[in-house]
Ligand binder design. Structure first.
Ligand code: TIU
Length: 224
């Protein structure tokens, strides 16, 4: 199938249709809605809402073409056996991982807060990965699943840009995937950290990967 070329920073991002997965990082209620983990850390969760519509548009584009989609959730086992004390006990949040909040226990698998928001709900045939770390490959088996589907390129969306998205993109880059971060389909609680992440991944000749606005990606999928 014909290669697709996206105008991107720092230079064009070429990818093969069908070998490129759309990755939606941690668009779960715990980060996006009040009363979850993100809010417990003192963040304004409304800052993340701008990414929802661009992600929904990209999901529709990928689904219409039958291309692979991966959703992740930051979610631990109920007994916290996969949550290192170094993660749980760091800092002084209002509530810690595993404590009961208004959407159930924070960042625990199966609780209401770890559900992906309804606007971006996964379809039955899409991969949904519960990850105990910030990165999507650590302790998840995802690399083998992507290799089985012969995926070589990853298009990243989701939250937050400099934490779980950037960590996952760096892990992916080290595993040999070519990665594009979609500028308006990712958000951070901190505007300056989002800007810095975009700048640092594309610096030094795309040392971690590329970034582009969703409009450029969508236009490349459907050239006039
Ligand atoms: N706190 C913050 O910005 N992010 C996280 O804890 N996890 C994700 O980024 N998903």
């Amino acid at each position: 199938m014909k290669r697709i070329d996206v105008p991107a920073t720092p230079f064009h991002y070429p990818f093969s249709p069908g070998r490129t997965a759309l990755v939606v990082i941690d668009m779960q209620r715990d980060f996006v809605e009040p009363g979850g983990f993100g809010a417990s850390l003192g963040n304004d969760v409304t800052r993340l809402h701008a990414a929802i519509e661009p992600i929904a548009t990209l999901l529709a584009a990928w689904r219409a073409r039958g291309w692979p989609v991966v959703h992740t959730r930051e979610a631990h086992r109920g007994d916290l056996s996969d949550c290192p004390p170094a993660k749980r006990l760091r800092g002084a949040p209002r509530l810690r991982i595993g404590d009961a909040g208004t959407m159930g226990r924070l960042l625990i698998r199966g609780e209401p807060g770890t559900a992906i928001i309804p606007a971006l709900a996964p379809l039955a045939d899409e991969l949904v990965i519960d990850k105990p770390g910030k990165g999507m490959f650590w302790s998840t088996g995802l690399h083998d699943m992507l290799q089985a589907q012969r995926v070589s390129h990853l298009v990243f969306t989701g939250v937050t840009t400099e934490v779980c998205v950037q960590t996952s993109m760096r892990e992916a880059n080290d595993r040999g995937y070519d990665c594009l971060l979609v500028e308006d389909a990712t958000e951070s609680y901190f505007a300056e950290f989002k800007a810095a992440t975009l700048a640092m991944i594309a610096a030094q000749g795309a040392i971690v990967g590329w970034h582009a606005p969703s409009a450029a990606l969508l236009a490349a999928l459907d050239p006039a």
